[in-house]
Design a binder for this molecule. Sequence first.
Ligand code: AGP
Length: 616
Amino acid sequence: MCGIAGYLGFREAYPIVINGLQRLEYRGYDSAGIVLVNEDKLTIHKTKGKVSDLKELVINKNTEANLALGHTRWATHGIPNNINSHPHISNSGNLVIVHNGIIENYNTLKKELLTRGYTFQSETDTEVLVNLIEEVKTRKNCKLGKAVQLALKSVVGAYAIAVVDVNATDEVIVARLGSPIAIGIGANNSEFFVASDASPFIEYTKDAVYLEDGELAIIKKEEDIVIRKINDDSLVEPDIQELQLNLEQIEKGGYDHFMLKEIHEQPNAILDTYRGRLLVDQDIIKMGSVDNNIAKFLNAKRIIIVACGTSWHAGLVAEYLFEDLARIPVEVEYASEFRYRNPIINKDDVVIAISQSGETADTLAAIKLAKSHGAFVFGVCNVVGSSIARETDTGAYTHAGPEIGVASTKAFTTQITVLTLIALKLGNLKGELSNSQFHKYIQEMSLIPSKVAETLKVNAIVEEIAAIYKDAPNCLYLGRGYNFPVALEGALKLKEISYIHAEGYPAAEMKHGPIALIDESMPVVVIATKKGHYDKVVSNIQEIKSRKGKIIAVVTEGDTIVKDLADHTIEIPFSEEAFTPLLATIPLQLLSYHIAVMRGCNVDQPRNLAKSVTVE
Ligand code: AGP
């Protein structure tokens, strides 16, 4: 996700917009840019790096303007560099745009525009959009607002945009589908603010309109804002709200911590990650980096996964996915061990490196080792242009947006999303999954964002459970099959943000020692969802109960058997066994979050930890 900030009014626009961008850097910080609009001139300054680098770039330059649009980028298409930075300008030099979102059909649109003589400087989907708007405006000989509306009708994807025409510098056109945009309204329409959230303008006005999906706004100085529906041009009565949030609350989306915000972002993060890849209506999974290397994947004798921490847990889920759905042998390695143990790596091995930050030193070293043995290395990263993204032969990005909380949450579920898509695609191509099985899986995958949103409703129940166990000295997490890695991940979450010692085990492993730990002071979190060796897990629960362990069970909604056995049950929606990790992990994220808050821990920056471990 990216940050947009704009101003139209009587004040100097530059300081308002640049400060607004700094407040939006939690949304992305790969590059930053601003366009200053005067009577007949668009002046664009943009650079790779942070907003502070943009400020450096603009020092001693004329920044006078009463209209400006700014952007801080989280790269999705095109690596972070000056050319790919926003704002983007149309071929004529008349139109300029800032955009947050993903245009899925930008390649198709770009090809069409190329045939019409348009040229492109950047690799971005945004530059395609601004030229599409220009093409429509020219062909229809219409005003900017109508051109934007008509152009957006042929766009597939998500966007929040602000567009300006140098020949009409008293207005800004704003539109939204899938990405947030707020419009701050000054007294008597004397000034307007446009931003991804209200943080850039909260000190200037508390009156704001939040565009809804499919809406376009025409903002003109000294006039009432006009809002229309993009699809049918019908007028929408602006819903002007008086904001009650303070600055810090706005940056965290109204949540108390970035971690909680990011837990709740998971439905959209998963949706954004499979957007343009999971094409249910065409019954296909489209992933260029996999398609272009499909022989390597299909001929792989083995997949080696290298990662650390939560990403290593995602790798363990992938082991079940690839072996279950695509029948490809998998080895999952701690990158820190792999890099030093002189491993056997063959040329027909496919190595998958998983990393949220794309900067983890051990994972980077493991990649280099694998490449030195001639293996093909595929990256799953959340940061475009990161070291790991550049070092791997190719890869697929998660589109989780920046993950600010040190404890990884949406990165974990979006990593699993990418890996699930690959496993399903390979399983179908290898004939391990029939077309009907494949179709059933991708149908269910398309329901996962809504099922994750449904699962998030357990928050209140989990908070009550957290209050009971917040002072427990230890905690065990148990799961079987696909849910064994989820148990490990749940234990890591609790450890790293509440500092309670926790361990994850395969549920059946209890009898080989850990069961000696069970007594009435030991809370045991058991993932006991339907399918997934359910009956065996019920037996494990009974073993724990007979030793007076306190059982917190994550069950499939409607479960009655475990409900009678466990001290607490948390119900999650039913899904395919292979997709259960995407749902079962949510209550465990919330449990660790609430316990940490109740223990007064620093949830977003836990002691001794860093968001990216760039050292050995
Ligand atoms: C997880 O909550 C931790 N923040 C940590 O284990 C993290 O997953 C690990 O350091 C790997 O980071 P990466 O995904 O950026 O490579």
